[in-house]
Design a protein around this ligand. Structure first.
Ligand code: 0L1
Ligand code: MG
Length: 261
């Protein structure tokens, strides 16, 4: 399998770099979930070698809405890099994406190294702040079609993120209303409670996953908690915003034509 790990990791890195979709791998080269994370790790090494810097991690499939949309039932995780960070209020060029989608999330920034599994009671003490956020996901697979193993290997479709203003009001986070608008129209509505029942549970899950992988996450890292609703497709000229009640909003516009950002 080690040749396949290197081969699939390289192919996924190239697909992301060239914004060209590839067919899913698991149908002709079956691999386990553990192997999928090895592929993800090997694929990220290509990005770091090309100068990208790790800035944190994301959790995926943390809500029923997302699981049902994509037909899976397990939480997954991937890595975020500086090249994925888009400016709040900025213009995003679709040129670097294949078939991007957006989803409303909240993002944490950590204030202590996470180097062991945390309990829900301990979680807040490890956080500097929380902000409304938008994740731009972009599967490197044709037609957004993949198995759980495929999507993990593809760094869980991580592609972009926009983060709004930081707040320390963690007490309000359990059931805050979430609205995602495209061109002023509400396209998704939900609550932060849809994220594992409480977004702080994402931090607990992240700490457990990190411990299992024997990785310490440095202070100052971002953690995207997972989507509160299903995702929506992005198209040229779209104006996207996400509002989390009590936490404000963030957003961006998509360039009307490729290469205009
Ligand atoms: O919730 C997520 O961010 C999962 C992303 C991976 C699956 C997808 O591309 O929808
Ligand atoms: Mg997400």
């Amino acid at each position: 399998m080690s040749t396949d790990i290197a081969h699939i990791a390289k192919a996924l890195d190239q697909a992301a770099r060239k914004a060209e979709a590839v067919a899913q791998f698991s149908t002709h080269t079956p691999f386990s979930l553990d192997e999928a994370y090895l592929i993800q790790r090997a694929s990220m090494q290509h990005r770091y070698a090309a100068g990208e810097r790790q800035i944190g991690l994301k959790l995926g499939f943390t809500s029923r809405a997302k699981m049902m949309q994509m037909g899976v039932d397990s939480l997954i995780w991937g890595w975020l890099t500086d090249a994925m960070l888009e400016e709040d209020g900025g213009v995003v060029d679709l040129q670097r994406f294949i078939h991007p989608r957006v989803e409303p999330e909240v993002c944490f920034i950590t204030r202590r190294t996470i180097d062991r599994p945390l309990t829900a009671l301990e979680a807040v003490d490890y956080l500097e702040a929380v902000a409304p956020a938008i994740e731009i996901i972009d599967s490197r697979y044709q037609a957004f079609k993949f198995s759980l193993e495929d999507v993990v290997a593809d760094n869980c479709s991580s592609s972009g993120l926009v983060v709004g203003a930081w707040s320390r009001d963690f007490a309000q986070l359990n059931n805050a209303g979430v609205l995602m608008r495209i061109n002023g129209r509400v396209v998704q509505a939900g609550s932060t409670a849809a994220i594992l029942g409480h977004p702080l549970r994402s931090l607990v899950q992240a700490s457990q996953l990190l411990a299992r992988a024997e990785i310490a996450l440095p202070a100052g890292s971002l953690i995207m908690a997972g989507a509160a609703t299903a995702a929506e497709a992005l198209s040229p000229g779209a104006c996207v915003s996400v509002e989390v009640a009590g936490f404000g909003e963030c957003g961006f516009s998509v360039a009307a034509k490729q290469g205009e950002a």
